[in-house]
Write a protein that binds this ligand. Sequence first.
Ligand code: 5GP
Length: 176
Amino acid sequence: MDDIIGKILISEDDIKQRVAELGAEISRDYKGRQPILVNILKGGIIFLSDLVRQLEVLHEIDFMSVSSYESQTESTGVVRILADLNINIEGKDVIIVEDIVDSGLTLDYIRHILLARRPKSMTICTLLDKTATRKIEVPLDYVGFEIPDEFVIGYGLDYMQKYRNLPYVAVLKPGG
Ligand code: 5GP
């Protein structure tokens, strides 16, 4: 396992503190409302489960599963919905909760699919933001950490479906 895990970019303590701050900020902004937190499986589940325990407003959670059509290793931004939301979001306050925004293509596509369902409002909360690799501007309302253009694992983020359980965010070791 150590062959794969490179430098720790964000420690467990730093994540904990930042998630608490985001929870407090969202609770303040959504006071008196009952948002639906929409999570795109699977990377964001650890973040979502920690985040909701910091919320002081009533809320619901729901999930979507998508697969992106990829060209080589690049995300094309065209996604197929594998599992859709159970909740009808029309007229509701929606918060999309993501693990990481890279090119932004996937999130932009999902955002438009959900906006077509006419929610009352929509915001986006991401734990990690790779600003340097953005290809399309996506409005990010809540950002945990800005990170450099490195492939990261842990805290929900995988390498070949593994290492999601690491309590910190680390860089994948080159050639590991
Ligand atoms: P985008 O369409 O923004 O380029 O792709 C976003 C998706 O790519 C994320 O939801 C995530 O699944 C994956 N991704 C992007 N960067 C990383 C990374 O550094 N590590 C991991 N594990 N996944 C990433």
